[in-house]
Design a binder for this molecule. Sequence first.
Ligand SMILES: Nc1ncnc2c1ncn2[C@@H]1O[C@H](COP(=O)(O)OP(=O)(O)OP(=O)(O)O)[C@@H](O)[C@H]1O
Ligand SMILES: [Mg+2]
Length: 294
Amino acid sequence: MSNYNKLLNNLEKLQLLKTKENINDYLNLINDKKIDVVQALYELTTDEINMKEEKAMQGCVKVANFPYIKTLDDYDFSFQPSINKDKIIEFKNLRFLENKENILFIGSPGVGKTHLATAIGIEAARNRQITYFINCNDLINNLKKAHSENRLEDRLKFYNKYKILIIDEMGFLPIDKDGANMLFQLINRRYEKKSIIVTSNIPFGKWSELFGDPILANAILDRLLHHCHVFNITGKSYRTKDLIELSDDTNRPFLTYYANLIIFPFLYIVIFPFLYILVLTFTNKEHIRICIQK
Ligand SMILES: Nc1ncnc2c1ncn2[C@@H]1O[C@H](COP(=O)(O)OP(=O)(O)OP(=O)(O)O)[C@@H](O)[C@H]1O
Ligand SMILES: [Mg+2]
């Protein structure tokens, strides 16, 4: 085996795959005296590091379990003026994470709570901060299941290891006392140690009804809200924005009004009875014809 092939084998064993891919080109450049050895080694190692960082970043995004990949750049802040854009963009520097602060997005459906939580999570994951996204109901079910299998501690440790835990849709479904208890244990462990991002469509005032245990609800809220950036999003749903635009069209209400007032009664009173009589007449004629033939 030639030295060149031995070198390729070593690069493969060392998992220096980018270097293995580029080495031939660089050897040619060195031989042609277009680049010196030090520069070649520097560029080869830089490419290798970049590739490894990119892979690690992609790995962090993959394990985070995001529902979709949407970034802060994909968010149309002009559609949601109740959000302080500068404050959201500031999260890109991940200082909230260093300060162990939480973020809470509250608002009605479709205003972009999950989008923003995911986008901030992606920003963190791309900076190799391990992040995990989970729906609140799934989280509670997983904790309950672990409890019934005598491994609650392991599960709590699992959710606690992430630098950011995103709990989506808190309060979409009611949470019983056991669920609230386990959620409290998790939030209490992370309190002042690691960040949590929560999305909810329930205002704080109603959380005690939601948890079925006002004391636990208060204890959870207390810990979440201490060192927390709260965003109350009061705008319209992005999901139905096209429908809203249509209904804003000045001709629409006019058309809809007359559709309801004239077209539907006309259908029910004139067209449908007419069709009914037509069908009856036709089937009777057929019937008479068949009888005569017999
Ligand atoms: N301002 C916006 N700019 C761009 N896309 C948006 C915006 N707001 C929401 N979207 C998009 O609309 C869809 C719904 O948003 P999202 O899932 O974040 O809503 P939500 O507030 O979490 O709603 P729900 O309470 O029903 O869970 C997503 O595809 C999201 O990317
Ligand atoms: Mg959502």
